[in-house]
Design a protein around this ligand. Sequence first.
Ligand code: SF4
Length: 340
Amino acid sequence: MKNMSPIIPVSDPNCQVKSWKNLLKSAIKDPIQLLSEIGLEPTDLNFPIAENTGFAVRVPQPFIDKMQLGNPQDPLLLQVLSQQAENLAVAGYTNDPLEEHASSAPGILHKYHGRVLLMLASACAVNCRYCFRRHFPYQDKVASGKQLQQSIDYISEHQEISEVILSGGDPLMVSDSQLSLLLSQLNQIPHLKRLRIHTRLPVVIPQRITQELCNILATSHLNVSMVLHINHANEIDELFTSSVKKLRDSGIQLFNQSVLLKDINDNVSVLAQLSEQLFAAYIVPYYIHLLDKVAGAAHFDIPKAQAIELVEALRNRLPGYLVPRLAIEEPGEKAKTIIA
Ligand code: SF4
């Protein structure tokens, strides 16, 4: 059910919009500069960094502000710092682990029954080194201009589609006015019931949650949910919590999905703390994924048996609603495979 509280007018929307866009523009793109932001040098690390991996470094300042100064093992730093291990070819790790590179229509991925992924943006605010779409040919696939109309037509013509999922490149990279226009078109499709937004932007630039954005989502006829992507409790700070409260107050349901990552969150205490803090921010810890076997990310992977043990240990520690489902995506399957 939507929260029916009155929509608060934005006092100065331009100020907020400029603010998140400026933070986006000034994101750090150099690994050495990233290290120096938290008082480190390459020699402080126990692995060599890489300046050229074919997948640029991109880290906005609000995410850097959550890292621990002087900690070469910082779990946020390790998610975004490029390292030479990314350039190693490892058997079984491919550029298109989910076989997504052939899509149904411009900007559309129609993998699941009743749901389509719509891709609006060709980039994210942060480049997570383990990303399963790090090799995705966004330039040929995102829906913009005329192609967006083709995507809308595709959704209109397929009566079985009840849910549109806006997915990475991060859909909140587009402006509020573009999102507003899209929603006004989706609102007119009678068989659509739900809109889901998969995004990491509220975590890396909480200022992205403008009141204008909340108003746009709150006034949609669709039931809107947002799936955030948070891997470690240190990503949850006061600024983030107050930003997502605005979403919640606008009737948006909030879920989280994480990826199990070696040396970052492959520990039951770390996972328990993440679930507790998500729930304190009114976010349901929904899925935890095994790493998709994408080329360049093998050093983040953990064995499936270890992942199952971790989730079972979590289940012994927390109430059921705080234990995310352990899942893996397999190419060609109609839904995620739940492992534990
Ligand atoms: S935000 Fe999501 S889609 Fe974007 S780089 Fe990170 S994992 Fe990939």
